[in-house]
Structures are given as C-alpha cells and as structure tokens.
Ligand binder design. Structure first.
Ligand code: FAD
Length: 478
C-alpha cells in the first residue's frame, strides 16, 4: 500500500505520517465534517492550535434537508458545501479526505484511507464526530430494496427510484403493476419519514399533475408505517395527533403498530400487533426507521474502559471525553450521554463545547476543572407539507403555518454559506408558491450504482477468498 500526502513523494510501503513538519502548536484532529466535526473546527478558528479535519466525504452535509433533494426541490450543492471552500479562510485548519479506519488512543494517531492511500495523522487532542448510519435492526438484506436516507448518494438514488416509478407506471398496461409502481411505502414515522412522505404526496398531487398522458399521478398511494403507536412519537400528545391527521388530509395512509418483517423487490411483509402478517405490494420502499452509530465508537471502546450501547454509541463522561482519555472527545450522534437525542443541535453544541475545553487545556487548565456539557434544547420541528409544520419549543407547541415559517427560518439560518441560503430560498419560493421543482432530473446510474458497487465489492471479496483458498496462503493485510 502506498502513502502520499500534500504532494509529498510516496515513501515506500510504509503509511505516511501527516503533520510531520516540526510544530510547536498543539495538533487537534477532528474526525467527520458533519455538524459535530465542522462546528468543532470552526470554533477553533482563533485558537493557537493546528486543526486537521478528516472526513470520508469532501462536503459538509445538511442532513435535515436530504428529503428535499430526494424529491426534486433542492440541488445537492444547496445542502452540501465543499469542506475545503467552507474552511478556505481558516488558516489553522487543514482538510483531509479519508475514511478513518483506525484510531490508536495509545500512540495518539488516526489512520485514514482513500483509494488505497493510507495516512497516519498524529494528534494531541482528538474530536471524533463520525455520526451514524442507517440501521435495519439486523436485517441488512432489506437495504437492497429499501434504501435509507443518510447520504447524498441515498437521496439521489431515492429521487431516481421515485421519479422512475412514475415513468414506468406510464409505460405499463398491467393495472396490478401500475398500482405497485404507484405505491410508495416509507418505513418509519419519525421526522424524516413524515417529511419524505409529505413531499412524495405533494410531488404526485401538485408537481406532476397533468404531466403524464396514461396515468394520473394523483393516484399515487403513499403509506407511512411504523412499529410504534404514534406518528412522531418523540413529540407525543397533541403534536403527534395533529401530524397524523395532517398526513391523512394529504391522502397519506398511516399504519401504526406495524413491524416490517420482510422486504423484496415488489413489496414488503408487515406484522401487525395481533401477530397477523400481511403483504403490501409496492415497488418503492424507503427505510427511515433506525440508526446505528459509527463503528469507530467500537474501535475506541476496544482500547479503553468505555462501553457502547445497543445502537453502537459510545458512553462518554460528562465532559464528552472517553473514560481515561481527557484528550479524546466524542460528539454528536455517535456519543451517548444523559439520553440526549441524535439531533444537529446536540452535535453542534457538543463540538463547540469540545473546542472550548481544548483551548482551556492548551492554556494549562486541568480536565478536572471542566464544567459538564450542558445541552440547551432549542426545540425540534418537522414539516408535514408546504405551509404546515409541527414544532416543539420547550412547553410551547406550534402547528400549521406559523410552525412552517419557524421551520423555514431555522433551516435557512443553519444552512452553511450565504450562497446556499440564497439558492435554497429561491428554490423554496418556486416550489412552495408555484408548483414546479427545479431538480427533477435523475439518471440510471443514480438508481443502480449502489447495488452495482455492492455486488462488485462482494464479487471481489469472493474471488479473493477463492484464490487464497486455492493457493493455501493467508490473505495479505490491506
Ligand atoms: C434524513 C435526516 C434528517 C434529519 N433531520 C433532522 C432535523 O430535522 N433536525 C435535527 O436536529 N436533526 C436531524 N437529523 C439528525 C442530524 O442530522 C444528526 O443528528 C447530525 O447530523 C449529527 O451530527 P454528527 O456530526 O454527529 O454526524 P454527521 O452529521 O452524520 O456527520 C458525520 C461525519 O463523519 C463522516 N464520517 C463518518 N464515518 C467516517 C469515517 N470512518 N472516516 C471519516 N469520516 C467519517 C461523515 O462523512 C460525516 O462528515 C436528521 C438526520 C437525517 C439522516
């Protein structure tokens, strides 16, 4: 394996250590460029430290608006600015592309990999904010037919699948197949599921109305189902009930207490509370039912006294550090503390808190003097459709148009970059006041690339295993 960094010549087969130039400044490594990682890095702008932000994507992703990319409202660029450009003016920050494969808390190094190039980055302080991925609760085979929505690739694949279903429905003459193509099932009635279902319904009823000659897109049947007994169960009470009735007014069918037990290319099987199993015929299924924290939590736990919970989140100290390692902070979705929810605000505030403690540490303050991390709950919200959202701010419950305006301003405020805010505002004006959507293109590659890549990786692993079994040699590392 070769190693190369910043134009340095590869030094042979040994991985290269980045940051090897003599430096007297403390080195902070930040893993991840999501809300936790980016906000940590930015909070260190004026600190007398060198920050290296390592992420497996070149962009910061505003996940709360992914569903709008999936349904043709926003472009990828609107919600995913390039890390390098966001941090261009922050002179103490270096951005490295890389999939972090190992963290050695004894040697204090982070190993990352991109296209076979391995980089080892030493640190004095480490902030790990690698987030979480989709969880299928042990049924990873569902992913083939029911993609989740965590990345840009996911959103573009979903856009292709949703729009492609309408296209295929226009072509078929078989009424059963047409019904199957026009049935969209969203698994999970949390904020993501509700928002996505609402936008599929609006796409069918407003944007695509009159655009086909053989089908009426308004015949689309959108189903949201969940094993829990309520829509938006984290809100509970009035907000959950309002959200459910608002979804139903949009023509969306809500099925609660329904557990998915199987998924295939033409539908899914659900088990109701009374134990009966039934099948729903649907070509397009979307999974938004669970999350699993980054496996890097387990990598750290295996070397320390830390534990991970069932969702793979690392149990951290009140100062967000790993037990026995006051120099290692874990923030955002991959940490567990006081049952804090997996929300952008938790990650942002955690990142800023970690940055503050690092600055204090570089000035010689003892970790024992750190105040515990305190999360300030600014509330949470979900849109049901245009002009309609539910929001909870402390004890205040807001619904309808006022909730939607609050949702709109808060999302605009937290989008990174002025250009992105402006282009998003323009897209929203076009979509919500008119009925058009600017991002209605999709390609075959978007729909099939994930499965093709997965298959290619599996085939190459099988070939590898076969050839080693034949020559009897152990597999080479890397
Ligand atoms: C569809 C969707 C909708 C959401 N809606 C809302 C909402 O409305 N309101 C809200 O508050 N929250 C919402 N959330 C949750 C919110 O987005 C997360 O809580 C937040 O992103 C967590 O921030 P994080 O920094 O911990 O992780 P992330 O933002 O997920 O960032 C993780 C980063 O780590 C990188 N990474 C991961 N593994 C590695 C690795 N091995 N090596 C290198 N880099 C790695 C990723 O590329 C990414 O840059 C939503 C989430 C999703 C998926």
């Amino acid at each position: 394996m070769t190693a190369e960094l910043h134009g340095n010549e590869p030094s042979g087969d040994e991985p290269q250590r980045s940051g090897t130039q003599p430096t007297h400044r403390p080195r902070v490594v930040v893993v991840g460029s999501g809300f936790g990682g980016l906000f940590t890095t930015q909070a260190l702008e004026k600190a007398d430290v060198d920050v290296t932000m390592i992420a497996r994507t070149t962009h910061h992703l505003f996940q709360p608006l992914l569903y709008q990319v999936a349904t043709g409202i926003l472009s990828v660029g609107d919600i995913a600015p390039a890390n390098r450009l966001v941090l261009r003016k922050q002179k103490n920050a270096t951005v490295l592309l890389g999939d972090v494969t190992n963290i050695d808390v004894t040697a204090r190094t982070v190993t990352s990999n991109v296209l076979g190039r391995e980089t080892v980055t030493p640190y004095d302080w480490l902030v790990v904010a690698a987030g979480s991925g989709q969880s299928y609760f042990g049924n990873d085979q569902f992913a083939e037919f029911a993609p989740g929505m965590k990345t840009i690739d996911d959103a573009l694949e979903l856009r292709g699948r949703i729009l492609g279903a309408f296209e295929l429905a226009e072509l078929t003459t078989d009424p059963d197949e047409r019904r199957r193509l026009l049935t969209f099932v969203v698994v999970g009635a949390g904020p993501t599921g509700v928002e996505l279902a609402g936008q599929i319904a609006e796409l069918a009823h407003r944007t695509l109305r009159g655009a086909f000659r053989h089908i009426d897109p308004r015949e689309a049947h959108v189903i949201v189902l969940d094993g829990a007994d309520a829509v938006l169960p984290v809100y509970g009470g009035k907000l959950s009930r309002t959200a459910r009735s608002d979804l139903e007014k949009l023509g969306i069918e809500v099925q609660l207490g329904a557990l998915v037990v199987d998924v295939d290319s033409t539908g899914l099987v659900v088990k109701d509370k009374d134990g009966t199993e039934r099948r729903i015929e649907a070509r397009t299924k979307v999974w938004s039912a669970g999350v699993q924290a980054s496996p890097l939590g387990r990598v750290i736990a295996d070397q320390t006294d830390a534990e991970v919970d069932r969702a793979g989140r690392l149990l951290v100290n009140p100062d967000l550090t790993v037990p026995g390692h006051p120099e290692v902070f874990v923030v955002g979705d991959m940490m567990s503390l006081d049952k804090l929810p997996g929300l952008a605000q938790v990650a942002m505030q955690g990142g800023r808190y970690a940055a503050k403690q690092i600055v204090a540490g570089t000035r010689g303050e003892s970790p024992a003097a750190r105040p515990p991390f305190k999360y300030f709950d600014k509330g949470s919200m979900a849109t049901i459709s245009r002009f309609n959202a539910v929001a909870q701010v402390g004890k205040l419950e807001i619904t309808g148009f006022i909730g939607w305006i609050a949702w709109l301003f808060i999302h605009l405020m937290y989008l990174v970059g002025f250009r992105n805010r402006l282009s998003t505002l323009i897209s929203w004006t076009v979509t919500f006041l008119g009925r058009s959507r600017a991002q209605m293109a999709s390609t075959e590659q978007q729909v099939f690339a994930r499965l093709a890549i997965d298959r290619a990786a599996r085939d190459s692993q099988n070939l590898d295993a076969e050839s080693h079994a034949q020559d009897g040699r152990p597999r080479a590392a890397g």
